[in-house]
Design a protein around this ligand. Structure first.
Ligand SMILES: Nc1ncnc2c1ncn2[C@@H]1O[C@H](COP(=O)(O)OP(=O)(O)OP(=O)(O)O)[C@@H](O)[C@H]1O
Ligand SMILES: [Mg+2]
Length: 187
């Protein structure tokens, strides 16, 4: 026996179509900040949603390296996981620097609906924010293979969304993304 609340929750989710929101950008550009809020907002709509975040994944798999090969392998595996969740009707909010275009494009080919969000802030702004103190270490040569300092970041050429977090508030960036997602979220 289902209560009315349970019944309406189930019927909302029954035909939910999954999609993958892929947030890419420099360290400190705002990926995790936006992903967390998007997760809460989508969740509040009664949707099945999962978050995958670079720091969390690297915490679980601490031996993941930062060479191009290691980063590509990591992103492709995470992308595969995201595509499986999507296949089962889950909305996935993935936040990874994912600096290499080809790896992101590979993930796109795995997914049914892939929404690439370029979370853009200039390198100078990210250095100024230096949320984790990593830019200071990288610039002092204490951290190698740091994206933007001694490792490349390949900007998306044709992302579904670009949010300019250097000139927008967090709320404005979230709103821009939620506006884009309107048709994905209605049912
Ligand atoms: N419009 C905006 N959108 C997102 N973050 C913003 C915005 N404006 C300012 N910020 C600030 O930028 C910082 C972004 O840090 P955050 O940890 O989200 O970056 P990140 O991209 O996840 O970095 P990393 O790749 O190192 O995990 C936060 O302090 C946040 O408050
Ligand atoms: Mg982050």
């Amino acid at each position: 026996m289902f209560t009315d609340t349970k019944r309406s929750f189930l019927s909302k989710n029954r035909d939910q179509k999954g999609f993958v929101l892929w947030l890419t950008g420099l360290s400190g550009s705002g990926k995790s900040t936006l992903a967390e809020i998007l997760f809460e907002k989508i969740s509040a709509l009664g949707k099945k949603v999962e978050r995958l975040d670079g720091d969390v994944l690297r915490g679980v798999f601490p031996n993941t390296g930062f060479s191009k090969e290691a980063r590509d392998e990591h992103i492709k595996r995470v992308g595969f996981m995201a595509s499986r969740l999507e296949h089962h009707g889950v909305i996935v909010v993935a936040s990874f620097i994912s600096p290499y275009r080809a790896a992101r494009d590979f993930v796109r080919t795995l997914c049914g609906s892939f929404v690439e969000i370029y979370v853009r802030a200039s390198l100078d702004e990210c250095k100024r924010r230096d949320v984790k103190g990593l830019y200071e270490k990288a610039m002092a040569g204490q951290l190698k293979e740091f994206t933007g300092i001694d490792d490349p970041y390949e900007e998306p050429l044709n992302p579904e969304i670009t949010v300019d977090t250097e000139h927008q508030t967090v709320e404005q960036s979230v709103q821009q993304i939620m506006d884009y997602l309107k048709s994905y979220l209605q049912d």
